[in-house]
Design a binder for this molecule. Structure first.
Ligand SMILES: Cc1ncc(COP(=O)(O)O)c(C=O)c1O
Length: 316
């Protein structure tokens, strides 16, 4: 690990940390996989690299070409790193109400930002990117919501890492955004042990937990449909923004883990799985670190203020 050929070799192989002190059930252990350890600080570095490498192999991406991607957050930054290292252009379509850290990071890595209407959220960014891709076929449109390389990165990477580090896993609980993490890890773990339970965490329709989406809002990612999401998932849990923030704080206060707000949502779900089980080992995943959410005041301000701010600004 000490000497690497490229920063891209740092992607993946993230640590799994025991946070059983946060388990509401003494007979159930709780572990969390820290994806903030990836080079740009999120799980999306995995899919960014996988999507670009697959497009290079199948010829959809040629030297010097520009990639177009809708992203309200981490995927854009992961792609910006991969594009910078490999020499591709990048245009990221994102809602105009994203936090300032997010735009700054994209611009530092050399990505061009195209803004979509804030009120339309991440669905608006997807629609605008689809239109731009149709109007400008020169762009390489990799499309995290639709490509098998998104769940594929988790099927080949994240899932096997969890199985290697914790073969006694009984439950896998994760937030649902594109659904790539749940589809890829879920399918891999169930192939190893069909008894493993796979639970998704979603915000209620109309409420915002950064990075997550409610399938009840009308858009079902093709990745979810193509990978048999309805059959794969054993349960869907609704976690509200307030509870996500409370668990994000508990992760820091009680386990010293500084993670993003969707990690708090995943932990809230993992704790419910632990409470529900007689015994077992619940594994969850922290998609990113806390750095890009500092301006939410999540760790410092009164909870009501943070919840209100998080409903207006897309932090990730
Ligand atoms: C912060 C954050 N959490 C969770 C997710 C959900 O992961 P996935 O897209 O694999 O469902 C994402 C990405 O969409 C994210 O950016």
């Amino acid at each position: 690990m000490a000497r690497l050929d490229s920063i891209l070799d740092l992607i993946g192989d993230t640590p799994l940390v025991d946070v059983s002190r946060l388990s509401p059930n003494p007979r159930v252990r709780l572990l969390i996989k820290l994806e903030g350890q990836n080079p740009t600080g999120s799980v999306k570095d995995r899919i960014a690299l996988a999507m670009v490498e697959a497009a290079e192999r199948d010829g959809t991406l040629r030297p010097g070409q520009t990639i177009l991607e809708p992203s309200s957050g981490n995927t854009g930054i992961g792609l910006a790193l991969v594009c910078r290292v490999k020499g591709y252009g990048l245009k990221v379509v994102l809602p105009e109400n994203v936090s300032v850290e997010r735009r700054q990071l994209l611009e530092i890595f050399g990505a061009e930002v195209v803004l979509s209407p804030g009120a339309e959220g991440s669905n608006g960014a997807v629609r605008l990117a689809e239109k731009l891709a149709a109007d400008t076929p020169e762009y390489a449109f990799l499309y995290q919501y639709g490509t098998p390389d998104n769940p594929g990165a988790h099927y080949r990477g994240t899932g096997p890492e969890i199985w290697r580090d914790c073969p006694e896993v009984t439950h896998f609980v994760a937030g649902l955004g594109t659904s790539g993490t749940l589809m890829g890890v879920g399918r891999y773990l169930k192939e190893q042990n069909p008894a493993v339970q796979v639970w998704a965490v979603e915000p209620p329709a109309g409420e915002l937990v950064q990075g997550l989406r409610s399938l009840d809002e009308g858009y079902i990612p093709p990745v979810f449909r193509d990978w048999g999401g309805a059959e794969l998932l054993d349960r869907k849990l609704i976690v509200r923004p307030r509870e996500s923030i409370e668990w994000t704080r508990r992760l820091l206060d009680e386990a010293g883990i500084f993670a993003g707000l969707s990690s708090g949502a995943a932990m809230a779900g993992a704790a419910r799985a632990a409470a529900d089980a007689d015994e077992g080992v619940v594994v969850t995943l922290a998609p990113d670190g806390g750095w890009k959410y500092l301006s939410t005041g999540a760790w410092t301000d009164p909870l009501d203020d943070v919840v209100e701010r998080a409903s207006r600004i897309i932090y990730f």
